[in-house]
Design a protein around this ligand. Structure first.
Ligand SMILES: NC(=O)c1ccc[n+]([C@@H]2O[C@H](COP(=O)([O-])OP(=O)(O)OC[C@H]3O[C@@H](n4cnc5c(N)ncnc54)[C@H](OP(=O)(O)O)[C@@H]3O)[C@@H](O)[C@H]2O)c1
Length: 283
């Protein structure tokens, strides 16, 4: 498996498996198990996905040695702040049945993220987390966090796919040593991603699927990807992306699909900030 090296020297698989919206515990456990059997060695969950227990059970059931798996989870907005973050981290570890985490991300740029970051810096220095990072941070929020803290985030996980390519944002992050990680590589199928004419043409040319073309395009750009599927055949399909290469013509055609806008929502929309900020995942 191809890996990226994070700003602290830790290696992270460039391709992993995401479990957002797999709320059913049995489905989640089975898909993570299928992914590990298929060869995935990186799993992306979050406290807010309410499936950390199922991920933990699948890891144990797979029999894959712990040190071979890169596990990411995320801190929810409700749990931001120094003390809350320490508690939320301990709760996530317990649910995952792990004694250390590979990557802990601040899920959203809202709430007391500075208090959280100080707690995460401590947990990182104590060796309980191998790398710490953020998610959904726009360049202004990211640079503010960098300037006012000691540890530079290793990763920023943001919406990145053919309709929202994040080219300048990636350059900005790379300048500051922050690895870009894509969420929603298929935009969850929005805007007819899987039947897009340009992508379908490239897929036919290489004898691959549209999903494989998208994941190859992102990984060729050095973007970490974590596609989600609950179907075994797609889990395997999404893993088989390293036996072909997109050429300059393909890259130009995909480049032309960029709308430079989210197909979901803006993290800068006050209504969204309010809605996400009031979403409670526990009492
Ligand atoms: N940090 C954040 O705020 C944030 C936000 C969203 C997501 N994420 C992370 O990023 C991961 C990926 O994003 P996502 O789950 O939102 O969306 P996604 O990976 O872009 O799309 C998943 C959708 O595509 C379908 N699919 C998967 N492989 C396919 C294939 N080969 N052919 C056709 N359809 C396919 C899946 O259906 P089936 O399951 O039925 O196959 C599912 O409906 C998440 O699981 C999560 O870990 C993070």
């Amino acid at each position: 498996m191809q890996k990226v090296t994070l700003n602290n020297g830790v290696e992270m698989p460039i391709l992993g498996f995401g479990v957002y919206q797999i709320r059913d515990a049995a489905d989640c456990e089975q898909s993570v198990y299928d992914a590990l059997v298929a060869g995935y060695r990186s799993i992306d969950t979050a406290a807010a996905y309410m499936n950390e227990e199922a991920v933990g059970r699948a890891i144990l059931r797979s029999g894959v040695p712990r040190e071979e798996i890169f596990v990411t989870t995320k801190l929810w907005v409700q749990d931001t702040g120094y003390e809350n973050t320490k508690k939320a981290f301990a709760a996530s570890l317990e649910k995952l049945q792990l004694d250390y985490l590979d990557l802990y991300l601040i899920h959203q740029p809202f709430g007391d993220v500075y208090g959280s970051w100080r707690a995460m810096e401590e947990l990182y220095r104590e060796g309980k987390i191998r790398a710490i990072g953020v998610s959904n941070f726009q360049p202004d929020r990211l640079i503010d966090l960098i300037v006012h803290n000691e540890v530079v985030p290793a990763v920023n996980q943001i919406e990145t796919h053919p309709f929202h390519q994040q080219i300048e944002n990636q350059q900005f992050m790379e300048t500051h040593g922050v690895q870009i990680e894509s969420w929603g590589p298929f935009a969850e199928g929005r805007n007819n991603m899987f039947t897009n004419e340009a992508l379908a043409g490239i897929a036919a040319k290489h004898g691959k699927s549209v999903a494989q073309v998208i994941l190859r395009w992102l990984t060729q750009r050095n973007v970490v990807v974590i596609p989600k599927s609950v179907r075994k055949e797609r889990i395997v399909e999404n893993f088989n992306i390293f036996d072909f290469e997109l050429d300059a013509e393909d890259l130009a055609a995909i480049g032309a699909l960029d709308t430079r806008e989210s197909v979901f929502f803006s993290h800068r929309d006050p209504e969204v900030v309010k809605q996400i900020g009031s979403l409670k995942i526990h009492g």
